[in-house]
Design a protein around this ligand. Structure first.
Ligand code: E4P
Length: 220
């Protein structure tokens, strides 16, 4: 499973990229607002830090304007994935971009039939929003499973990018169901490494090691 970070915070992206765990980045208008930065400038900086796909979302809702905005975003760097909403205009724009050889991330997906349309439109990524489905009393994981089955049935190459991830359990469950990518806030990526028994076990080992009085000398 690939890990993308869902943020436009340069300090967070830089810090996490150093772990070697960041395969890409997703942004959206709300995250750009939160960053307080100009979309072009901040996205250019992100693309220079992370070589993998960096999703930048169009703000237009009408086909022609979406195509114009998407092409402008794609000029930022070669690793841009143009993010379009799952509307008919977005799907039409997706087909245009895909035919031009550009990566497209179709976002705001809440049903398996929407995901089927995105794959048929040539999307590189489909973004089902797990957390937002959970928020309204549904189970976002059901959607991941449905999309996996449908894409496998027909051999679609579109990657399932599990989005709106809120917890490490979301990451585990999406991975169990075969999501290709999970995009998550920096806090969730950091939390993946945490376990109280790891902390407790390490504490005991360090205490016992100190009692041995030994040191391990560096090689060479
Ligand atoms: C994905 O690309 C979206 O930016 C993101 O995952 C949305 O998450 P949220 O529902 O927590 O805002």
């Amino acid at each position: 499973m690939q890990f993308f970070v869902d943020t436009a915070d340069i300090a967070e992206i830089t810090d996490l990229a150093a772990t070697g765990m960041v395969d890409g980045v997703t942004t959206n208008p709300s995250l750009i607002l939160k960053s307080g930065r100009d979309i072009i400038e901040v996205t250019r900086e992100i693309c220079a830090i992370v070589p993998g796909p960096v999703s930048a979302e169009v703000a237009a809702t009408e086909f022609e304007a979406m195509v114009a905005e998407g092409r402008a975003l794609a000029e930022i760097a070669d690793n841009i994935a143009i993010k379009v909403p799952l509307t008919w205009d977005g799907l039409k724009a997706c087909r245009v971009f895909a035919d031009e050889g550009r990566m497209v991330n179709v976002t705001l997906c809440f049903s398996a039939t929407q995901a089927l349309l995105a794959a048929k439109a040539g999307a590189a990524f489909i973004s089902p929003f797990i957390g937002r489905l959970d928020d309204i009393g549904l189970d976002g994981m059901d959607l991941i499973g449905e999309i996996r089955t449908i894409y496998d049935n027909y051999g679609f190459a579109t990657k399932i990018l599990a989005a709106s991830i809120r917890t490490p359990n979301h990451v585990r469950d999406a991975a169990m169901l075969g999501a290709d990518v999970g995009t998550m806030p920096p806090s969730v990526l950091r939390a993946l490494a945490k376990h109280p028994l790891t902390d407790k076990g390490l504490e005991t080992f360090l205490a016992d090691w100190a009692k041995t009085g030994q040191t391990i000398k560096a090689a060479g």
